[in-house]
Design a protein around this ligand. Structure first.
Ligand code: AMP
Ligand code: ZN
Length: 133
């Protein structure tokens, strides 16, 4: 574990997070600053800098990505989902521990162009309760 890495500390339980899913290889928790309602991060338990560093670590979180994506769509009634991972500062990466953004999408706010406009509604506790109830 990298002690100066915020996501390693979340994985270790040293920093709180609103978890929605976990397995042996990954944890998934709500993004603190969501673009859309239910915006979630799937984070590897093993530290890797980004999605290109280690193919095995990337592959190991695929089941958690699938399971969490389905959970979000089902529980939140989303009609779509963006699955994306930023690699490098110029791509917008700000936390240098492998993570995949799962951004639920809704028919009234559709399309790739609208992805980065923040329209999330409901506070994180309320959204967390809807996903985990
Ligand atoms: P990226 O910019 O692709 O590296 O994504 C990092 C994401 O982590 C951003 O969307 C942040 O809002 C989110 N984030 C940073 N710190 C936390 C935290 N403590 N809990 C939940 N999400 C966080
Ligand atoms: Zn880390």
């Amino acid at each position: 574990m990298a002690t100066d890495c915020i996501f390693c500390r979340i994985v270790a339980g040293e920093i709180p997070s609103k978890r929605v899913y976990e397995d042996d290889h990954a944890i998934a928790f709500l993004d603190l600053d969501p673009f859309k309602t239910g915006h979630t991060l799937v984070v590897s338990r093993t530290h890797a800098t980004d999605a290109l560093e280690d193919a095995e670590v990337l592959a190991s979180i695929a089941p958690a990505i699938t399971a969490t994506g389905k959970l979000l769509v089902e529980r939140l009634g989303a009609s779509g989902l963006n699955v994306l991972s930023n690699v490098g500062e110029d791509a917008g990466q700000s936390v240098f521990h492998l993570h995949v953004h799962l951004v639920p999408r809704y028919a009234d706010d559709a399309g790739m162009g609208a992805l980065l406009t923040r329209t999330a509604s409901g506070d994180l506790d309320e959204v967390h309760a809807r996903i985990t109830a």
